[in-house]
Design a protein around this ligand. Structure first.
Ligand code: FES
Length: 331
């Protein structure tokens, strides 16, 4: 079986919010690699973090018109990772080995994305509504959780925990039964729509009280999801979550929402309520064992209400193993 890093390197992951990347280079991690990202011209660059000369941390360097300049001896690297200047011997040829491993990097949806596999033909999730200018977005601080990326997605896709883990915030403990729902396989992922009977009374005064909320989950394998909440015909907001794997047991999640720009109070309400809700999730997810996202369905019991996380895990295992996987028979 392929290693975790090998299996998931062909995909694009965010390593920073665009607003975090200013004139200074920024440290990033992805699938066991230490990276530095910086702005180059109208784009962004991502390379190995440590200088090819003597291993200095390039995050301590500075960005010049020529490229990223190391703070130790001033060697300067272009966006393709090649050294373009060695100040100690300006007239001499630059050794061919004076180069950093470089990776593809793009900026989209307010995020800086990196793909570690130069030959990959994978694409970013398609979220065109974020580029029309008709919606505004608000982001949470990066979620730096001690969980695997797969576990993070599974808890977001877990419908049955809403009434338990989120009682007191979003979930309604009076509504524990999950109605039947279907999960469709779509190109690149999964789609499911579930009507959740009611929001918790604890949300009264925060959002309009409604009897039913329709949740639409759209998974982009391996670790991204768009989740739309539609509590009324006239109101909807959509959450986007992308887990960026550092290792098989650790990730950072980039989590943001789109909303109608006319809803002036939405950012304050969203950030406050989502941070409270996600903290409840974190306490559960960090305690789960095994920490790595399981590669099979043994050792656990599966019921029909778990259909979405089951189908999700099947998809991730198939990417890891390179072959289709049978799911369990839910009881
Ligand atoms: Fe970076 Fe010498 S260690 S220039």
């Amino acid at each position: 079986m392929r290693s975790y890093e090998e299996a998931f390197s062909p995909y694009w992951y965010p390593v920073a919010f665009s607003h975090e990347l200013k004139e200074r280079p920024l440290a990033a991690r992805l699938l066991g690699k230490e990276l530095v990202v910086w702005r180059v011209g109208a784009g962004v660059a991502a390379t190995q973090r440590y200088c090819a000369h003597r291993g200095a941390d390039l995050c301590a360097g500075e960005v010049s018109a020529e490229g990223l300049r190391c703070a130790f001896h001033g060697w300067t690297y272009g966006g393709d990772g090649r050294c373009v200047r060695v100040p100690s011997q300006p007239g001499a040829p630059i050794p061919a080995s004076a180069a950093l491993a470089s990776f593809r990097a793009v900026e989209r949806y307010g995020l800086v994305w990196v793909c570690l596999d130069a030959r990959s033909e994978q694409t970013l999730p398609e979220w065109p509504e974020l580029e029309t200018g008709k919606v505004a977005t608000v982001a949470l601080p990066r979620l730096d959780w001690d969980v695997s990326a797969g576990r993070m997605l599974e808890i977001i896709l877990d419908v049955t925990h809403l009434s338990w883990v989120h009682k007191g915030t979003f979930g309604n403990p009076e509504q524990q039964e999950v109605p039947p729902y279907e999960v469709a396989r779509v190109p690149g992922g999964l789609r499911a729509q579930i009507t959740y009977p009611a929001l918790s009374p604890a949300m009264e005064g925060v959002v309009p009280r409604v009897d039913r909320t329709t949740l639409t989950y759209e998974v982009f394998l391996p670790f991204a999801v768009r989740l739309s909440f539609k509590p009324t015909l006239f109101f909807q907001h959509t959450v986007y979550a992308v887990a960026s794997p550092w290792s098989e047991e650790k990730m950072q999640c980039f989590y943001f929402a789109s909303y109608h720009p006319g809803l002036k109070l939405f950012p304050d309400i969203f950030v406050k309520s989502e941070l409270a809700i996600l903290e409840q999730d974190r306490l559960v997810a960090e305690g789960q064992r095994p920490k790595a996202h399981p590669l099979d369905f043994s050792g656990e019991v599966h019921v029909r209400a778990d259909r979405l996380p089951i189908e999700y895990r099947r998809g991730v295992i198939a990417l890891r193993t390179g072959r289709p996987v049978e799911g369990p028979t839910p009881e």
